[in-house]
Design a protein around this ligand. Structure first.
Ligand code: NI
Length: 187
């Protein structure tokens, strides 16, 4: 089942999400729905806040980017309660987009090298280092669990330049090919 994607401006995207436990209700169904939603909207990652849940759950399938980054072919990750540690300080700037910010793409500086600990869908523990574009995708999705979005990392000048586009998203005046939930109207 496809789920609507919560857009920039919605408070659910600004809360710090909480760890889940093995008794989390209907996790397999939720993960299946998250993958289906991500594929239908042509994203390569989706974090639970984007479907309106402040739970620390992320799905990633980076395969669509394999034309540009061959190492991403077949890379699929289900992340439960991940923690990300930055391993080196050099920041590389590359373009990013986000299903919660339709019609926008901005250059974002991020470190190239991280270590992540996470649980898979069976609550088995993993630890691995990641670099390159996959490290970027992970940091982008992990930001969602911390109440951040990628444009938090761009310069105030860039943010000013896309302000009207952001306002259109916040006020529900944007067009999108997938089902969305807008921010509640301000009283
Ligand atoms: Ni995103």
């Amino acid at each position: 089942m496809k789920l609507p994607i919560y857009l920039y401006g919605h408070p659910v995207l600004r809360k710090v999400s909480t760890d889940i436990t093995p008794d989390y209700e209907e996790l397999p169904a939720l993960l299946a729905n998250m993958y289906e939603t991500m594929y239908a909207s042509e994203g390569v990652g989706l974090a639970a806040p984007q479907i309106g849940r402040n739970d620390r759950i992320i799905v990633i399938d980076a395969s669509p980017l394999a034309d540009t980054f061959p190492e991403l072919d077949g890379v699929k990750l289900t992340l439960i309660n991940p923690t990300v540690e930055v391993l080196d300080g050099e920041r590389i700037v590359r373009g990013e987009g986000c299903l919660s910010l339709p019609g926008i793409s901005e250059n974002v500086p991020r470190v190239e090298h991280i270590r992540m600990r996470w649980l898979d869908e069976n609550f088995e523990q993993h630890e691995q280092e990641f670099d390159g574009f996959l490290a970027r995708i992970i940091q982008h999705e992990y930001d969602h669990l911390e109440g951040r979005v990628y444009i938090d990392h761009i310069s105030p000048i860039r943010k000013q330049l896309i302000r009207s586009k952001l306002n259109n998203i916040v006020t529900g005046r944007t067009r999108c090919d997938y089902a969305v939930r807008y921010a509640p109207k301000k009283k």
